[in-house]
Ligand binder design. Structure first.
Ligand SMILES: Nc1ncnc2c1ncn2[C@@H]1O[C@H](COP(=O)(O)OP(=O)(O)OP(=O)(O)O)[C@@H](O)[C@H]1O
Length: 318
């Protein structure tokens, strides 16, 4: 995003989290989290309810002090150098706390002033962000009348007011309609491509699959090791296969050694469990070689969802 504040090429600011923990009394919200988020990338934070995502983001955002471990935002420590860190990062909480009587425009102008912009610069920046977040028809409305999705857009605009190098977004897509979700995805990819470090927590895994360059999985307050994530990716998952000749497809699936009891029949094809991409490629080659007119062959769930469900088997039943 080009802004009135960025004349020089922006510097790169990554995030490093090492063995961070935080408890609330007897509740160990974050037990041991380590990960790195890189400039130019979107890093997804994935985990079931209560796994510690928001607590972790609050620590990154300088709003909670860790009990243990270290966090670096670029060269800075959010505990000892919170002012410098706040200048570098934009924070979009899961619920917008806004000055409810102020208009959208006034609340963006005020945020700009709080970040040290002059009155004139804050006014120009507010107009840029109103256009960016598609809030023009609502610019003079009090923020209290905004719908949940409109509040999300204002919250993102507010997080961008000082053109931060790092963006922390807690469930940014919640409440957005499909068009606004696509617009958010396009915007976040663009902001990352411009060299920002973006960390996003989300429950909408299909969406994170399309947005995130990499993911950090949390489980009961701890980050899951890369080895376990890799192992989970390779476990068996359903592949949806369609062909112009369904009975020919079924015959060849059986001939290729797929257990008939494991095949799920759907109106337009079958879902077949396969372990890993190698096995999928082998089966597809066999079907094509046997002359089956395959029209579609793809995993029935996205990569993140598959890994998440494998790491959290209980979640599939919910
Ligand atoms: N201020 C607090 N006081 C006491 N317990 C808290 C506090 N904040 C969070 N917790 C607890 O810490 C744990 C982690 O909560 P957190 O909100 O970080 O999880 P989450 O992964 O963001 O969850 P969700 O996906 O539901 O938003 C939960 O058990 C929660 O109840």
């Amino acid at each position: 995003m080009s802004t009135s504040q960025t004349a020089a090429p922006p510097s790169e600011v990554g995030v490093v989290v090492d063995d961070v923990a935080r408890s609330f009394g007897a509740v160990h919200a974050v037990r041991s989290v380590s990960f790195e988020a890189f400039p130019g990338q979107v890093t997804g934070l994935v985990g079931p309810n209560g796994s510690g995502k928001t607590t972790l983001l609050l620590m990154l955002a300088t709003l909670l002090v860790p009990d243990r471990g270290t966090i670096r935002i670029g060269d800075y420590d959010p505990v000892a150098q919170s002012r410098a860190v706040r200048g570098l990062l934009g924070w979009m909480p899961d619920v917008l706390g806004s000055w409810s009587a102020l208009s959208v425009r006034a609340s963006l102008e005020l945020t700009g002033r709080l970040y040290g912009l002059s009155r004139a610069a804050a006014s120009i920046r507010a107009e840029e962000l109103i256009a960016l977040a598609d809030l023009a028809p609502l610019a003079n409305q009090a923020t209290k009348v905004l719908s949940r999705g409109q509040k999300q857009r204002l919250s993102l605009a507010r997080a961008l007011v000082h053109d931060p190098r790092v963006l922390l977004l807690d469930e940014p897509a919640s409440g957005l309609d499909p068009g606004a979700r696509i617009a958010l995805r396009v915007l976040l990819k663009r902001l990352a491509a411009e060299g920002r470090t973006i960390i996003v927590s989300s429950h909408v895994l299909a969406e994170l699959d399309e947005l995130a360059d990499r993911a950090v999985f949390l489980e009961a307050g701890s980050s899951v090791s890369e080895d376990r994530v890799e192992a989970a990716k390779r476990t068996e998952r359903g592949w949806r296969i369609r062909a112009l000749d369904a009975s020919g497809l079924y015959r060849e699936l059986i001939a290729s050694g797929i257990d008939a009891a494991s095949i799920v029949r759907e109106p337009q094809g079958f879902v077949v469990p396969l372990a890993g991409e190698d096995r999928a490629a082998e089966l597809l080659a066999a079907l094509v070689k046997a002359g089956v007119p395959v029209s579609s062959f793809a995993p029935s769930v996205g990569d993140l969802e598959h890994t998440f469900l494998d790491l959290n088997p209980g979640e599939a039943a919910r």
